[in-house]
Design a protein around this ligand. Structure first.
Ligand SMILES: Nc1ncnc2c1ncn2[C@@H]1O[C@H](COP(=O)(O)OP(=O)(O)O)[C@@H](O)[C@H]1O
Ligand SMILES: [Mg+2]
Length: 365
């Protein structure tokens, strides 16, 4: 067997390609802490997100590259770690130096499950080990307090007069609902809402976060437009249901983000199909089939996931624990975890393309 050195290990690993970024792990600077002792090789692979769905594949490719290079007798010990990359817009500002990405969760209209998707994405990302925050900006219909079982909670303020987010299921939370009585919300005007939300984001003690999710108010009006222009958003996830009317609104959502050059990370189709619990192989497309997929293809936006309608999704929301927390083995929980991984993956690719303009989408009149 040839003498193994750090250099020869790196040479072998430079044949392993990161499937999303299409470059090798060594030139991407993802291989850390290589140690060689006789025929023992150990190192870390630093992924761009702990939610990486390709973790096992990359680990296996590394192992195989080393066996190919040095023979089957080598003992390989790999530690998979992650260091989430930072969004371009956050890099350009001094706002929130410890926050890596701000992700807007938006919808063209209310009732499509935007808050449910935001809550489950947040918890699913946190379950992978990511540091996650969630801001519920919907003053007229805040649902984060209910969905996280935190209706009685009031956030405290620290010595620097910064609001301290509450923490539930591994997610740091702030909601307009913590501060404003829903009956009083009607008197809030747009500018008051946007400045309150901006305070939530800038003047809260978030600490270090990989993903800060914003549950935007539904629609594409002035409040939404101001928010997406004044917050350094990495990208937006647009939630829709399969009906044509909802999809038309989703399209308007894409147009809004495009107008202000915020990248659209993709669509999540919620209530995409129904699978009766006693017929687990069936999928009934109650609201039509494949609508979001077609729209995604047409607008060249990724489809990040298709979430089934399940009674426990609603029940879990009402009972104060998102379904990925309360029923991790359910169909919908699996679909939410997939959507969370895809979102993290699209963000990682976008950030790697550093300096690129937001993708341009063709919008039909
Ligand atoms: N996939 C789903 N299956 C079943 N019920 C759902 C699903 N997604 C959302 N819901 C329910 O639909 C209602 C609206 O969802 P919500 O997240 O509050 O919508 P939005 O924030 O878009 O107004 C809630 O009662 C929620 O529990
Ligand atoms: Mg909502």
């Amino acid at each position: 067997m040839p003498v193994i050195t750090t250099e020869s290990v790196l040479k072998a690993l430079s044949t392993v390609i990161e499937p999303d970024l299409h470059r090798d792990l060594v030139s991407l600077n993802m291989i850390k802490n290589v140690q060689v002792s006789g025929h023992h090789i150990s190192f870390s692979v630093e992924l761009t997100t702990p939610a990486c769905p390709l973790k096992e594949l990359i680990e296996r490719d590394c192992r195989q590259a080393l066996y190919r290079h040095f023979g089957d007798e080598v003992v390989v010990e790999i530690t998979m770690t992650a260091d989430v990359s930072r969004g371009n817009r956050l890099m350009e500002t001094n706002v929130l130096p410890e926050v890596r990405n701000i992700v807007a969760v938006a919808s063209g209209k209310g009732g499509v499950g935007k808050s449910t998707v935001a809550a489950n994405l947040a918890v699913a990302l946190a379950q992978t080990g990511a540091r996650v925050g969630l801001v519920d900006t919907d003053i007229y219909g805040p649902s984060v307090p209910t969905m996280f079982g935190a209706t009685e909670v009031r956030p405290r303020v620290n010595a620097d007069r910064k609001i301290i987010p509450i923490e539930q299921y591994g997610v740091k939370l702030l909601s307009m609902g913590f501060l404003v009585d829903p009956d009083q919300a009607a008197i809030w005007r747009g500018p008051m809402v946007t400045s309150a939300v901006q305070q939530f984001i800038r003047d809260a003690e978030w600490g270090a976060l990989d993903y800060l999710l914003l549950d935007l108010p539904p629609g594409t009006g002035d409040i939404q437009l101001t928010l997406v222009q004044t917050v350094p958003i990495t990208g937006a996830v647009i939630v829709s249901t399969p009906q044509e009317v909802a999809l038309a609104d989703a399209r308007r959502g894409v147009a809004m983000f495009q107008k202000v050059n915020v990248p659209v990370l993709g669509f999540v189709e919620n209530m995409a199909y129904f699978t009766p619990p006693d017929l687990p192989d069936r999928k009934y497309y109650l609201f039509g089939e494949g609508g979001a997929k077609r729209l995604a293809a047409k607008m060249q936006v990724p489809l990040l996931g298709e979430i089934p309608i399940e009674q426990i999704v609603r029940e879990s929301g009402d009972d104060g624990a998102p379904v990925v927390m309360s029923h991790p083995g359910s169909l919908s929980a699996a679909a939410f975890r997939y959507a969370a991984e895809e979102t993290a993956r699209v963000i990682a690719v976008l950030n790697a393309e550093n300096g690129n303009e937001a993708p341009i989408f063709e919008i039909e009149a």
